[in-house]
Unconditional design. Structure first.
Length: 221
């Protein structure tokens, strides 16, 4: 067996960013603006964003979905990777959070690609399915309330075309998924149940990557 994933200490992390990160100025500015937010830790890391942008380009994605926008860094990153006629359906329930990102979407010239729906994501995704949009999307990123993940996964799987990709964030959950969940820890239990379900799910090709807080990639067969 070759080496397991490296432990990335601060010096190595700095090196990784210095030698790979290519942010648009609007991404850097939005990240700086979010850094002082009390929930700044909810934002994906820039290298994870850049990796997701690469996936979006490799897929040739035109239509994407995001479940969980927060201040809009991941949405900005995906939108920048979409072609000019690409569209991102961005789902969140919090206007206060999402309002932070919108000037940066404008600054990057991608605001026209992002359709922000402020409603429970289930409502938005179910409406798209009811409107006959099954099979019409190429990429989805799921990063919202953990107990909702299974439902978001099922909706996104229907909305995606064969060959489309779902990226699911926080699937290692700070390491907690590897230990029995406390009775009152519904988030850990939900992630454990979803990880177990995906492992056996023959509708997808699967990889769980130890990037960030764990990123699961599920390619629709
Ligand atoms: N992807 C974002 C980023 O990288 O900056 C972080 C998203 S943050 C972890 C989770 C978001 O999910 C919050 O903005 C929260 O308002 C949203 N959220 C929570 N419950 C939701 C629901 N039922 N439907 C849609 N969004 C929800
Ligand atoms: Ca996350």
């Amino acid at each position: 067996m070759s080496r397991r994933t490296l432990t990335v200490d601060d010096a190595l992390y700095r090196y990784l960013l210095e030698h790979s990160l290519r942010e648009h100025p609007a991404q850097a500015a939005l990240r700086a603006a979010t850094a002082t937010h009390p929930h700044a830790g909810m934002q994906i890391s820039p290298e994870q964003g850049q990796f997701m942008a690469l996936l979006v380009k490799l897929l040739g994605a035109r239509r994407a979905i995001e479940v969980g926008v927060f201040t809009g860094y991941s949405a900005l990153t995906v939108a920048l990777a979409l072609p000019d006629d690409g569209r991102l359906l961005a789902c969140d329930i919090n206007d206060e959070y999402t309002r932070v990102g919108q000037p940066y979407w404008e600054q990057a010239g991608v605001a026209n690609k992002i359709e922000l729906r402020l409603a429970p994501a289930r409502t938005t995704l179910d409406a798209r399915l009811a409107a006959g949009e099954a099979g019409r999307y190429d990429f989805a990123f799921i990063d919202a309330d953990k107990t909702g993940y299974d439902a978001y996964y099922e909706c996104c799987l229907e909305l995606l075309r064969a060959g489309g990709l779902i990226a699911i964030d926080n699937t290692l959950w700070g390491g907690k998924v590897a230990h029995p969940a406390a009775d009152d820890d519904a988030d850990t239990a939900a992630l454990q149940a979803l990880n177990a379900k995906l492992h056996d799910d023959q509708r997808i090709d699967l990889s769980l990557l130890p990037i960030g807080d764990g990123l699961t990639l599920a390619r629709k067969r």
